[in-house]
Design a protein around this ligand. Structure first.
Ligand SMILES: Nc1nc2c(ncn2[C@@H]2O[C@H](COP(=O)(O)OP(=O)(O)OP(=O)(O)O)[C@@H](O)[C@H]2O)c(=O)[nH]1
Ligand SMILES: [Mg+2]
Length: 309
């Protein structure tokens, strides 16, 4: 049952340049893997909700794609950037994530941060979050906050490590206090509202980001068509998934010599899917060529990318 009123409730958009640790933060804050993570940029492609519920508060975090001018496929890229800005607009508060390991505060604010701040026209409070403090001297994080902090009337600043959790409880507490009374939007049990099909597709995509090189991960997309109970084997799910690639040559690489790459993607994904669903998994992976899907409105729609206004 959803409570009519909580002491604090609202939506918090998590935005920033790619690879700043937004998805890692969501997973750490919620104590569960909600959003996939990789060392490569532009991992997240959709707005991903993660829901933090306590007795008297609910914070709905919205993880967003990293905002970037780098372009691997104009249409998808534009949609990703637009998704991030539009989620910031709809939110009650915004967290602007900065990766302190890539900042050079002695040279001024980072280019990507300046670009985002220039376009960020929101009425709600925006907090500046210096992430990855575990990997640099604290002073560098402080200097980064000072330099970027001058560029926008931020409501506050935080220094955290999304990876090891430093500063995350303090950030959660501050956000909770900030949010006004409001409704409970989601049930308390599940910190995620993504469909099983979406979660499974994301996990397969995450494994490809780990295993495939260069631009190839960016040219792949995963759609899970069906998840069903196995007819003969008890406690087993059958998952049918298609990996879309943009060109014929990419299909051969994703499948690999004697099918080795596809097998490895499947094995790694299966291990995690078993934990996610707490069942044995039979994974049917197919690879399909969808010419330049990331530049085709029709193909993107078929793959479930929402068009943001
Ligand atoms: N050392 C350190 N690494 C971190 C921290 N947070 C995230 N990372 C690493 O940074 C990389 C990117 O993390 P993600 O969470 O995927 O970053 P993101 O901002 O969601 O990236 P996009 O979805 O591409 O925009 C991964 O290799 C993470 O392990 C942190 O606090 N400390
Ligand atoms: Mg991400």
């Amino acid at each position: 049952m959803l409570k009519e009123t909580l002491a604090h409730s609202g939506f918090v958009a998590v935005i920033g340049a790619p690879n700043t640790g937004k998805s890692t933060f969501l997973n750490t804050a919620l104590g569960k893997k909600i959003s996939i993570v990789s060392p490569k940029v532009q991992t997240t492609r959709n707005a991903i909700r993660g829901i933090h519920t306590t007795d008297d508060a609910q914070i709905v975090f919205v993880d967003t794609p990293g905002i970037t001018a780098d372009d691997f496929g104009k249409m998808l890229n534009n949609w990703m950037n637009r998704t991030a800005y539009s989620k910031a607009h709809e939110a009650d508060a915004v967290l602007l994530f900065v990766d302190v390991t890539t900042q050079h505060p002695e040279q001024g604010p980072g280019k990507e941060e300046l670009e985002i701040i220039g376009k960020l026209k929101v009425a709600c409070p925006v907090f500046l979050v210096a992430n990855k403090v575990d990997a640099v001297k604290k002073m560098r994080a402080d200097d980064t906050l000072a330099v970027i902090g001058k560029q926008y009337p931020f409501a506050g600043t935080f220094t955290i490590s999304a990876l090891n959790g430093t500063g995350v409880p303090e950030l959660l507490a501050a956000l909770t206090n900030l949010l006004p009374p409001g409704p409970q939007y989601f049930e308390a049990e599940d910190p995620s509202d993504q469909s099983d099909e979406f979660l499974a597709a994301e996990i397969i995509r995450e494994k490809m980001y780990g295993l495939l090189q260069y631009e190839l991960p960016y040219h792949t997309a995963v759609v899970v068509e069906q998840i069903t109970e196995h007819e003969q084997v008890a406690n087993m799910l059958v998952i049918h998934a298609t990996i879309h690639v943009a060109r014929k040559s990419q299909k051969a690489i994703v499948i690999g010599e004697k099918g080795r790459m596809l097998k490895e993607i499947g094995t790694q994904a299966r291990v995690e899917l078993q934990t996610l669903f707490n069942k044995k998994i039979h994974l049917e992976l197919h690879v399909r060529i969808e010419e330049n899907w990331f530049a085709s409105e029709r193909a993107l729609k078929k793959m479930g990318f929402e068009k943001e206004s």
